[in-house]
Design a protein around this ligand. Structure first.
Ligand code: C2O
Ligand code: CU
Length: 478
């Protein structure tokens, strides 16, 4: 196998030390990050096209990347809760595209799903997105066309919506995690939609980046309290992060506040599309760097980042007070008792229970997964009926069954759902989420209030699974 999954990034020990010596600490992001181009009337322009992107000094230049405004990841968009987002997408690619605003509750026409909510944006064309941002939190944006290629080449960016009152931390940091499949020359390997990836765990790469940079050492101050916004923009890689001796509390999942709590099972698991906001409290003294490790995949664990505690102390308390809860967002609360219930069963994939013949027949069409028994092709190739239709304002309960041997991060567009139970047990904290990770054979019960009218997608966020049939739509009527 050409891709060395046991070496998730091409980084020698020498390079790692060099990186720390040249003080590669991440600075706090400015309110408007680099790469933002604004038109005269205050509209932010995002132009898709080839990205000049380099992993130097620690690795090779990357070629074959695509970005928004020429950078990878795209510019970080920062707004305040209640503000209008107004963006002109300008397609500089040789193929059509669109932007989906992942996790934002918005009018259907702004949701960025080609053939469903808007026409594809053809090369040289533009599309205007304008909508209000009702919820504070950590969101992201990405291409919603030809995901296996456009996500793998880098068409992702962070979208951060600030609370009306600043949350009390010393620093607010966003890490958009991504995963790349590069050859030895740093060229993005172009086997997008490889049938093996489609029918197994998706496209898992060999190079992990944080905001487009290789893992490195970041300087933090003694006693510093940091809000760390984690986002997974990878096609298929799941991260399972541990935080060494750092006290870490989860304060939000997928943008929505949760009661502050230590990571369940000692690690923060984020599948593609998912986010987690943490508060970490740096110790007042540490005689070694504190290490963030990713140990999601067995025998493939590696060091994602390290914090070096150095400089003037921010405070001297060795046992900080627990972080405060974030204010709730105005998401309507579902009432699951007696609610209309729908069952959604995911099947297929390698080593699953599906008959070999059916699997082979599907794979000849590039499909490998089923939703309620049949693979669902991308919108545009065929019209298809919604899985179910809801009335606006109504609570819907969905029982998701993962009848496969694989993990799937399941995403609903335009809504946040409460995760009620998993395999018959109450889900810890019963969070509101827009994307929920299912382990193999899991049964998960969620509930949400149908909001904006329109056709909304429901799919696995592993890009290759989605393209391989693991998607569907639900309709909200007026
Ligand atoms: Cu973040 Cu339909 O996707
Ligand atoms: Cu999946």
């Amino acid at each position: 196998m050409m891709y060395q999954q046991d070496r998730p990034w091409r980084l020698s020990r020498r390079a790692f030390l060099a990186g720390s010596a040249s003080a590669l600490g991440l600075a706090a992001l400015p309110a408007w990050g680099r790469g933002l181009v604004t038109t005269d009337d205050g509209v932010v322009r995002l132009r898709t096209g080839p990205a000049a992107w380099s992993l130097k000094p620690l690795g090779p230049d990357v070629s074959g990347a695509w970005g928004y405004n020429g950078i990878v990841p795209g510019p970080t968009l920062r707004y305040r809760q209640g503000e209008q987002l107004h963006i002109l997408l300008d397609n500089g690619l040789a193929q059509s595209t669109s932007v989906h605003w992942h996790g934002i509750r918005l009018p259907n026409a702004m949701d960025g799903v080609p053939h469903v909510t808007q026409p594809p944006v053809e090369p040289g064309e533009t599309f205007e997105y304008a909508f209000e941002l009702p919820d504070a939190g950590t969101y992201w944006y990405h291409s919603h066309l030809n995901g296996p290629e456009q996500l793998a080449r880098g068409l992702v960016g962070a979208l951060i919506v600030a609370e009306p009152d600043a949350y009390p931390v010393d620093r607010d940091i966003a890490w958009l995690l991504d995963d790349w499949r590069l050859n030895q020359e740093g060229v993005i390997v172009e086997n997008f939609n490889d049938l093996h990836d489609v029918s197994h765990a998706g496209r898992i790469g060999n190079t992990v980046t944080i905001n487009g940079r290789l893992p490195h050492i970041m300087d933090v101050r003694p006693g510093e309290r940091i809000r760390l916004r984690l986002m997974n923009g990878a096609n298929g890689r799941i991260f399972g992060l541990t935080f060494d001796d750092l006290p870490a509390h989860v304060i939000a999942l997928d943008g929505q506040p949760v009661p502050p709590h230590e990571p369940d099972g000692g690690r923060v698991v984020i599948g593609p599309g998912m986010r987690a906001d943490l508060v970490i409290d740096c110790p007042v003294d540490a005689d070694r760097p504190l290490v963030v490790r990713d140990d999601f995949y067995q025998r493939m664990e590696y060091q994602l980042m390290a914090f070096s505690v150095t400089g003037e102390p921010v405070r001297n308390a060795s046992s900080p007070t627990p972080p405060a809860a974030l204010p709730a967002n105005p998401v309507p609360e579902p009432d699951p008792d007696g609610a209309e219930t729908h069952e959604v069963v995911f099947g297929g994939g390698m080593m699953g229970g599906m008959g070999r013949e059916k699997m082979m027949r599907m794979m000849r069409e590039g499909m490998a997964w089923t939703v309620n028994g049949e693979p669902v092709e991308s919108p545009g190739r065929h019209d298809h009926d919604p899985l179910f239709t809801l009335t606006r304002g109504q609570t819907c309960r969905i029982i998701f069954r993962n009848d496969t041997r694989w993990h799937h991060p399941i995403h609903l567009h335009g809504h946040h759902f409460r995760v009620l139970t998993r395999n018959g047990e109450n889900e810890p904290h019963q969070p509101l989420r827009d994307t929920m990770l299912m382990d193999p054979q899991d049964t998960v019960e969620v509930a949400f209030v149908a909001e904006e009218p329109g056709d909304w997608m429901l799919h696995c966020h592993v890009a290759e699974h989605q393209a391989g049939g693991m998607m569907g739509m639900f309709r909200v009527g007026d």
